[in-house]
Design a protein around this ligand. Structure first.
Ligand code: ADP
Ligand code: MG
Length: 335
């Protein structure tokens, strides 16, 4: 039994059926990510869990207790949003203390907790600053500290990093993960960014228009997408119709589509397991540099296939060059 369970949850906004019969388990202490495109219902699910949105049908349990109708304040849930909504006229210390004051924690304890959490999120020297004096990343860390310091049973993070630039964002992803593990805090993280989901999660729940398309570890989702949607959302899969696959590889498959990861497509290699591979002849028609790797597009009998190779001067290909692709048969995923 999961620590948090959504059971046949439905949510309508008027006639808009936003969450469709969602059943989902979150384990104690894990970081579970809700991943999906904008508008698919991620925030609505979080808001239902926090009690900020009423459920139309179904129930939510936490630690075995039905909390579907428990008021938000009594759920023991902390939440951080994309907009950090710090109090501009309060210092960092006062912002962090806010929830503790509300809970009427003793003054000495508040001081001790603020000092401790400020150290953990790297804000020890900023406690007397005002939000306007901080960078976006620092403000987001204050928001995080403010939520964590109250020691919620569950922490909800709704796209907390989407307004932050790439490099800092990567640091904060690692920091959030570290803090979450240090406090062993059951956390639900929302993002539309597959890389972020891969880096941070114990479990990913992939959302598509109000339903969960696939749940699993990052590696599961990356290596075994169960549908065209999953394959197109995670990784950079080549998705070929059965007809195109047959045109390119010369063999029929028993599924509507196949998915092939670009990094398992090999170019001009000899191998000792030729029988275990498909072999394709093609012409290089495109290349994009991703820094450490190059993604070549190779046209095989009219079908374009992307192949990634590590960047090395000696293996660069030129446009129009004829190449031989090789794909291990067991790496072709039927979807
Ligand atoms: P996500 O967080 O995945 O981007 P949301 O949960 O915010 O998606 O929204 C899912 C759907 O519910 C969207 O179609 C959105 O327009 C609708 N929606 C969200 N909140 C409300 C609301 N308060 N009133 C009406 N419709 C809403
Ligand atoms: Mg949202």
């Amino acid at each position: 039994m999961g620590y948090i369970q959504f059971e046949n949850l439905n949510k309508y906004f008027g006639s808009n059926h936003v969450l469709i019969d969602i059943s989902l388990n979150i384990e104690r202490g894990e970081l579970a990510t809700l991943l999906g495109p904008s508008g698919c219902g991620k925030s609505t699910l979080l808001r239902c869990l926090a009690g900020l949105e009423e459920v139309s049908d179904g129930r939510i349990t936490m630690d075995g207790k039905d909390i579907t109708d428990v008021p938000p304040k009594k759920r023991g849930i902390g939440m951080v949003f994309q907009q950090y909504s710090l109090f501009p006229n309060m210092t960092v210390a006062q912002n962090i203390a806010f929830g503790l004051n509300m809970k009427k924690v003793a003054k000495d304890d508040i001081q001790r907790k603020i000092t401790e959490i400020a150290g953990i999120v790297g804000l020890a020297d900023k406690l007397q600053d005002y939000p306007a004096q901080l960078s976006g990343g620092q403000q987001q860390r204050v928001a995080l500290a403010r939520a964590i310091v109250t020691e919620p049973k569950v922490l909800l993070l709704d796209e907390p990093l989407s307004a932050i630039d790439a490099k800092l964002r990567r640091n904060l992803q690692i920091e959030i993960r570290r803090i979450q593990q240090e406090f062993d805090m059951t956390t639900i993280f929302v993002t539309h960014d597959q890389d972020e989901a891969m880096v941070m999660s114990d479990t990913i729940h992939l959302f598509n228009q109000g339903v969960i398309e696939q749940s699993g570890t990052p590696t599961d989702l990356y290596t075994h997408p169960v549908s065209k949607f999953a394959a197109s959302f995670i990784g950079n899969y080549n998705i070929l119709s059965a007809a195109d696959f047959e045109k390119a590889c010369g063999e029929a498959v028993d599924s509507p589509d196949v998915a092939i990861r670009p990094e398992i497509v090999r170019i001009n290699i000899e191998s000792d397991d030729e029988a275990a591979r498909f072999h394709l002849e093609g012409t290089v028609v495109g290349s994009i540099s991703h820094g450490n790797l190059i993604r070549y597009t190779v046209r095989c009998n009219g079908v374009d296939i992307n192949a990634d190779i590590m960047f090395e001067k000696s293996s660069l290909l030129s446009m129009g060059q004829t190449v031989r692709l090789s794909i291990r048969k067991s790496n072709v995923i039927l979807i």
